[in-house]
Design a protein. Sequence first.
Length: 157
Amino acid sequence: MNPEVKVYIESMDGMRRSIRRALEGVDAKELNWNPLPGEANSLYAIVSHLCTSETGMLHQRITGQATTGGEPHNAFEDRGDDPVELLGRMDEVGNTTRRLMEGLTAEDLDRSIGSGGNRPSRTLREWISMYVRHQSLHLGHIEITKQFYEKGVGTGR
């Protein structure tokens, strides 16, 4: 495996492990609690968004498949009662990412991929790096949301 790709995969897997730890013992109420409705997101919505983003930012760009369908799915509106189901979805997306990335070469990483619209193209390397940063940012959101919930911020407790 390309050493650079291995680092990307290890980084994403490490963040998935951190997300998994953050959701351990979370019930449906906490999973869907939103500290600032309309301004922030629940734990469920954040993880669902990460799954959707990973599919769009990585899977579709690695395989060259364009997004199809009508209006884009707004994962930030997603709700669910089962953290195990949500984590299973995250694992499934991660397994697909790993499978798609394992065979990438330096030449693949240098391949330019359009962003759509009038935005500049980026290399696959840039898309992967951007997703790793995106995942890290939302891991921070998950941790802060949990802290707010545990301290009763905005819950009326």
